[in-house]
Write a protein that binds this ligand. Structure first.
Ligand code: PSU
Ligand code: MN
Length: 331
């Protein structure tokens, strides 16, 4: 890596605005697509996207269709999409259509890559689909401040005994990226997830609502402490967080659009059976979330997948508008 790239990286570690330097970001370490590279160097709006949702979160071919549609929505709303994945050991920020297709067809043969797995996947020249934690890490490294996904990981139910707490939460606690999601799935313990985010110093804001959403449904019974009502308000929040060098992330929770919200009871009973099955089959660790997602989808006869796709698209629209508002603010 060149010395300028190194100084850029150390600037980022110190949470300076990454665009303060003119060097090529992470040169040699990560591969930026030409479109993303160009957008970052001129301060254009960029939205980072994860890839575990493609490999492990949805079945083929809906995963590929959704990934393409999400990128299209981001573009239509004025931002450049940067899907992140590790291909043949190279962290890629911004994928070509062929790379997106490769990842979607690899499916679960790609390694689910959280922060702890990054070095191993790179060292073994593997193919890794990045989770929220790994994607946020790479986004921050190259100076992308806005990231969109469906839902983030959290404290698992019974996490007080198993200590199964997603590294998405600790990553948000140490990386200044805004994560746009539809809240936290009720396969998780939502109140404990919010407690944990508070401990980590993460600002949790709800978008146009007072209640923290539960992914498939608009409500979770948990009130938010901070509410934002427009992309511009989100941009000001992100900008203040960055200027203050808090170093922590922001979670912006956007409720699923009403017309797509699944029947709470249907989902809840599917979740209960999936959780029982996971316990009976002793499915734990990083395999648990993909197992639960797939089982809930099977049990609900695809209803949960349809809701999942709808909310990811909605988050992409909101995320792109936030990234555009942020780029305007920084002009
Ligand atoms: N929740 C979803 N869909 C997903 C995931 C979570 O509704 O695809 C993925 C994300 O990549 C998230 C990861 O970062 O699962 C969390 O996994 P774990 O619980 O093992 O930390
Ligand atoms: Mn876990």
């Amino acid at each position: 890596m060149s010395s300028s790239a190194l100084s850029r990286l150390s600037n980022i570690q110190g949470h300076l605005h990454p665009l303060d330097s003119n060097s090529k970001v992470g040169e040699g370490l990560v591969k930026l697509s030409p479109e993303v590279s160009q957008a970052l160097s001129c301060g254009h709006a960029v939205v980072a996207l994860e890839s575990t949702i493609i490999s492990h979160g949805m079945p083929y071919p809906q995963n590929l269709e959704t990934a393409k549609e999400v990128e299209a929505i981001v573009r239509e709303n004025g931002a450049v999409p940067a899907t992140v994945a590790i291909l043949d050991g190279k962290p890629c920020i911004g994928l070509s259509m062929e790379e997106l297709e490769r990842l979607a067809t690899l499916g679960t043969r790609a390694q689910k890559t959280a922060r702890r797995d990054i070095a191993y996947v790179v060292a073994t020249r593997g193919n890794g689909a990045t989770t929220v934690s790994a994607t946020v890490y790479f986004a921050s490294m190259v100076g992308i401040s806005v990231f969109v996904t469906g839902g983030i990981g959290g404290v698992h139910r019974h996490g007080e005994n198993t200590m199964d707490i997603s590294s998405d939460l600790t990553e948000l606690g140490r990386t200044p990226v805004a994560v746009i999601s539809a809240g936290v799935k009720s396969i998780l313990d939502i109140p404990r997830t919010l407690e944990y985010l508070e401990t980590q110093g993460v600002c949790v804001a709800t978008y146009k609502t007072n209640e923290f959403p539960a992914f498939f449904t608009e409500t979770s019974g948990c009130k938010a402490t901070c509410r934002v009502d427009s992309p511009e308000e989100c941009a000001r929040l992100i900008d203040a967080n960055m200027k203050l060098k808090l170093g922590t992330g922001i979670l912006i929770a956007v409720p699923i659009p009403k017309e797509h919200s699944a029947s709470g009871n249907l989902i809840e009973s599917a979740i209960q059976s999936a959780l029982r099955e996971a316990r009976d089959k002793n499915i734990t660790g990083s395999a648990e979330t993909p197992f639960l997602l797939a089982r809930v989808n099977e049990i609900t006869g695809g209803a949960s997948l349809a809701s999942n796709i709808a909310l990811v698209k909605n988050n992409s629209l909101v995320g792109a508008r936030i990234a555009v508002a942020l780029a305007q603010l920084r002009e």
